[in-house]
Write a protein that binds this ligand. Structure first.
Ligand code: ADP
Length: 592
């Protein structure tokens, strides 16, 4: 950090300050404000003055204090040690700060984001003398029992590998390689990289999102699936289950790495995340989930500007692991709080407000956020990696026509709408099958064809058809009672109940039900749709609905989701055969 001031403050308004400048400063440059050197960033610059947003509290700051430049854009530090950490919005590690200064982050506190004393076991993967380019793997570091970290040549570095460290233990600041470029200039590399948060990391090309991110959540995987590298929004009013849903996704998704960005409105929302995540277990390995997770936490007592940057900090870390060939899932809870931070800063700047006080650039910021998702070919080879972005949206009063929800809908390809009525009925996850959608169906059909024998799309369409029919029939029932319905219509309602209670409703806290493998999802759906058709056949023969109901043990079928283990989905086929035999007996008796 330089000691040469580039300006002096003349205006302070909460997290935004202005300074007259007498030196060089660029847009998005990281700056330090005042004698306490508060972390900050240039957000507008003119000939002789700048506006800066400050990531720390500005109480007590006064006009005339100095502003310092850094010559660098606001960046994050990338390297081994990220996994398992909890950072604030500008990548200050909460644990380390807490150790040094107690529970509250002291202003102006400077702590390296990564532990610089810890030694990591480095296993070289290249040979001195080789030509290297961005993305070439220099070595491997076992970062946690679940993550093998690849040390890559960073973007922008090409040339001959002059020196590579041998197998051994190194800190992130020790030199591990020297690369000589074509002009003969040598560049020393450590395991650390810096990258500007507001700029996506380079890739070779985007790939089509044709592989689903399997979440184990039946309503998502089967009805409204998301692709690896895809985008999804989870809009829902207070208490409809956004947080529980995101936690389930963090825990169960088949992503290698999870980046969880929490922008809590109230302090305790974030405390809940900070307390809960370290307790969560990775269901696949039994290891702590934190061994493949990074948390970015903003509590309400942190300045709004840090909340604004937290999303970019999270994205950049996600892209860094994507570049190593991992499938990364980024969850943001909630993007509405982030948008509110934009609104507050914009208000301080005296910008012309657009809809509901949000700045006119709200839409472009949301677009830029979701655009950084993708399945890509990474630098340095044929490998692919992905960043899947899922953002909760919490519209005030549950009004989905407000600007953040509306714009988010434009830029995301899955929309998992949480329905207040379902949540009231304690139907969880309260993802509405009427107001949700996925635009990845076509792209994922091939994956399902290869994975399961049944035609996923046909089953899916049939199930949605029955659910739709149920909504229509329900209106009649409310007017004239269920007896007014024809037998076949009553049967449709029965099967719709099976679908709702035995398939869509999924208890995040049940040991078996919390996660369902794709094979079991399809087997359940197949059973219920088959039952629908067989029931209809019998009704057509003249069997009464009352007689048909006698044959069907509804509670048993509804409980299959909890009783059939994930590694024995064929048990559902046994149930189907058993029910089939019973229905045949009923038919034979009826014919006699
Ligand atoms: P939000 O974040 O939208 O305010 P929460 O995620 O905190 O709402 O959910 C509120 C409550 O709903 C939870 O405390 C839990 O009791 C219940 N709930 C939500 N989703 C599920 C689920 N999938 N399984 C079981 N209970 C759930």
């Amino acid at each position: 950090m330089s000691d040469d001031a580039v300006g002096s403050l003349y205006w302070i308004s909460g997290p935004v300050v202005r300074a007259h400048i007498n030196g060089q400063l660029s847009m998005a440059e990281q700056t330090w404000v005042g004698e306490e050197r508060l972390a900050s960033e240039v957000i507008s610059v003119s000939q002789d003055q700048v506006t800066v947003q400050v990531y720390e509290k500005t109480q007590g700051l006064h006009v005339g204090e100095r502003l310092f430049g850094s010559g660098q854009p606001l960046s994050v530090t990338l390297g081994p040690g990220l996994i398992g950490s909890t950072f604030d919005g500008i990548q200050r590690p909460l644990e380390m700060i807490r150790e040094r200064t107690g529970n509250f982050i002291r202003r102006g506190e400077r702590v390296s984001p990564l532990n610089t004393e810890r030694k990591w076991p480095f296993a070289p993967q290249a040979e001195a003398g080789a030509e290297v380019e961005p993305g070439t793997v220099l070595g491997l570091v076992s970062e946690t029992p679940l993550v093998e970290h690849k040390i890559l040549v960073p973007p922008g570095v090409h040339g001959t590998l002059k020196h590579l460290a041998g197998e051994g233990d190194y800190t992130v600041e020790e030199e591990i390689a020297v690369v000589q470029d074509r002009q003969g200039k040598e560049r020393s590399l450590t395991m650390l990289q810096r990258w500007p948060v507001r700029q996506g990391r380079p890739i070779v090309e985007r790939r089509e999102p044709t592989v689903p991110l399997i979440t184990g959540q039946r309503v998502i995987d089967t009805l409204f699936p998301i692709a690896k590298g895809g985008t999804a929004a989870i809009p829902g009013g207070f208490g409809t289950g956004k947080t529980v849903t995101l936690h389930s996704l963090a825990k169960w998704s088949d992503a290698d790495i999870v980046v969880y960005v929490g922008c809590g409105e109230r302090g305790n929302e974030m405390t809940q995340v900070l307390e809960e995540f370290p307790e969560l277990e990775d269901p696949w390995t039994g290891h702590p989930l934190m061994e493949r997770t990074i948390l970015i936490a903003n509590t309400s007592n942190m300045p709004v500007a840090a909340r604004e940057s937290s999303i970019y900090t999270g994205l950049t870390i996600a892209e860094y692991y994507r570049d190593q060939g991992f499938d990364v899932a980024l969850m943001a809870d909630s993007t509405s709080r982030w948008a509110q931070a934009l609104r507050e800063i914009s208000g301080r700047l005296g910008e012309m407000p657009a809809e509901e006080g949000y700045p006119a650039y709200l839409a472009s910021r949301l677009a830029a956020f979701y655009e950084r998702a993708g399945r890509v070919t990474v630098l340095g080879g044929e490998d692919e990696g992905s960043v899947t972005v899922m953002g909760a949206v919490s519209p005030p009063g549950g009004d989905f026509s407000e600007p953040v929800t509306r714009h988010t809908q434009r830029f995301t390809r899955c929309f998992w709408t949480l329905d207040r009525d379902l949540a009231h009925q304690r139907h969880y996850p309260a993802i509405s099958w009427r107001q949700s959608y996925s635009l990845y169906l076509e792209q994922l059909a091939e994956w399902w064809r290869e994975r399961v024998e049944e035609d996923w799309q046909v089953l899916r369409t049939a199930a949605l058809g029955i659910l739709q029919r149920q909504s229509d029939l329900q209106q009649i029932v409310q007017l004239v009672g269920p007896e007014a319905l024809a037998d076949k219509e009553q049967w449709t309602l029965d099967v719709a109940r099976l679908l709702r209670e035995g398939f869509l409703d999924q208890n995040a806290f049940h040991p078996v039900d919390a996660y369902t493998v794709p094979e079991k999802q399809i087997a359940l759906l197949n059973l219920f749709m088959w039952l629908h058709d067989r029931g209809n056949d019998l009704l057509e023969l003249g069997l009464s609905i009352a007689r048909l109901r006698e044959e069907i043990d509804m509670p048993h079928l509804i409980r299959l989701k909890e009783q059939v283990p994930n590694d024995e989905p064929e048990q559902i086929e046994d149930v189907r055969q058993e029910v089939g035999r019973q229905l045949e007996r009923a038919r034979d008796e009826y014919r006699e």
